[in-house]
Design a protein around this ligand. Sequence first.
Ligand SMILES: *Cc1c(COP(=O)(O)O)cnc(C)c1O
Length: 413
Amino acid sequence: MNFNTSLLHAGEEQSEKYGSTLAPIYQNTAFRQNSAEDLENIFCNKAPGYCYTRVANPTITALENRINKIEGGLGTIATSSGMSAIFNAVTNIVESGEEIVSSSSLYGGTIDLFKDLEAFGIKTVYVENNNFEAYEAAINEKTRLIFCEMIGNPCLDVTDVDRLAQIAHEHGIPLVVDNTVATAYLFKAIDHGADVVVNSTSKYINGNSNSIGGVLTYSGKLKFDKEKYKGIAEFSKFGPFAYIAKLRNGLFRNSGACMSPNTAYMNLIGIETMGLRMERSCSNALELARYLESNYGDITVNYPGLESSKWYEVAKKELTGGFGAILTIRVGSKERAFKLINELKLAYKASNIGDTKTLVLHPASTISLHSTPKQQEDAGVFDDLIRVSVGIEDIDDLKADFDQAIEKINGII
Ligand SMILES: *Cc1c(COP(=O)(O)O)cnc(C)c1O
């Protein structure tokens, strides 16, 4: 199946009783069984079936199966949010006294989460993205995983995942990739060596900003060393499924991280058009980036698809089908940034990305507010920077909107 077909049909269930063309929403808490024995067998993993939605639910399973096929994974778990997917993906591997090595150009929420993990004895060592000598230097006997974003939000640096996966595997540790910004449309992370892929479904998978959710997918390819990964070794009877089995029987269910069935349904509808939306959003973003770069000398445009981008060569090597749907611009001062944002008529002033509509944000005063100045700089966040999540509008309308707003900041310093 090719990509757009797989978004519609991969992993679909043929057995639905009435022939519903969409996965029915099982908006129920529990599933009754015919006997105490049946319930016991489901609880003991001896029989397939459902008992309680916090553990599993058919609507959620339908989404997990589709994403699993699209990502080319062995197992997928849907979670209550993208942050929850990252939390579960990471804490299923790392224990107290152990370390994460991560690229420093991360989403602000993830930096905050990794700070929170310090209270549980988990330390994160940050490294400049694509500086592979620095990665080698940061890895020690306590390191249990490498974490990165494929395309950093909002840094828009592009990771050489192939190279980073090679380093991780030479050290016998997994590479966890947050692929939210690139999506499987531009980048099949597992094909490039990622062991765990996480996505916030709140963005391009859902596509219409109607539900918060997340997913994590495990490749099934890494052999976790039994001494280093004692927690996963306890599930070794599940063979390559040990990572997923540990999560499903442990933190995922016990921390109550499940996605709601209604959200899974919204995401199943949303993902059907992800390829079309990404195609349009990426071509709009490239055209808008080129337009702003060539017409406005006092604005710096940062977009991995521009030849002026530091990340252009890596992006060309790693991505297929486009360079992403987000660009950032630096306009000279916070005053000019705020004025430009306020003057835009079509673009929503909103803190998310990945909508059908174009969205703008000043990261320094919002999503990166809790980061230190050094963390902000490493994450490519500056006081005069605006992030633009480009939607699927007609490009001429977007250009005109930016033209009229930029005109209004003339004369402002
Ligand atoms: C939005 C986002 C997240 C967090 O996802 P939520 O669904 O908001 O919890 C994580 N990583 C990246 C790159 C994101 O853009």
